[in-house]
Ligand binder design. Structure first.
Ligand SMILES: [Zn+2]
Length: 123
């Protein structure tokens, strides 16, 4: 939920900004810019999850409307949470696959390297 609300997470534009992606593009559709708003409101990859969210909180799923639904009721909170968890878990799994691909762009593998070095320091 924090990733969707802040935009700091598994989104092309953010990953590009922090040097982990060469472009801001979405890996799940053809859009040239992947942001939290794109993921929430536009990306075709998440249409089923978006439909479930809209069935629960209404057609307006902009960030302000989502926050209103979250604080408005427990079912609203649960619907937003379910959407964020399902979509972000899938996006993170896809990102991990891209990172772990041996032929991946080295900037994608940065985090894996940092994790390995941090693990090695603890040994
Ligand atoms: Zn997309």
């Amino acid at each position: 939920m924090v990733q969707v609300l802040t935009g700091h997470g598994c989104f092309g534009k953010y990953l590009h900004r922090i040097g982990r992606e060469r472009t801001t593009a979405c890996h799940h559709c053809d859009d040239p810019v992947d942001t939290a708003e794109h993921t929430l409101e536009v990306c075709t990859a998440w249409a089923p999850q978006r439909a479930r969210l809209q069935a629960a909180i209404g057609l307006d799923i902009t960030l302000p409307a989502m926050i209103k639904a979250m604080v408005g009721s427990k079912p609203g909170w649960d619907a937003v949470k379910a959407f964020c968890e399902a979509v972000i878990a899938t996006k993170e799994a896809a990102e991990r696959e891209r990172e772990e691909d041996p032929s991946a762009d080295p900037i994608r593998r940065k985090r894996v390297g940092q994790r390995r070095r941090a693990f090695a320091r603890r040994l």
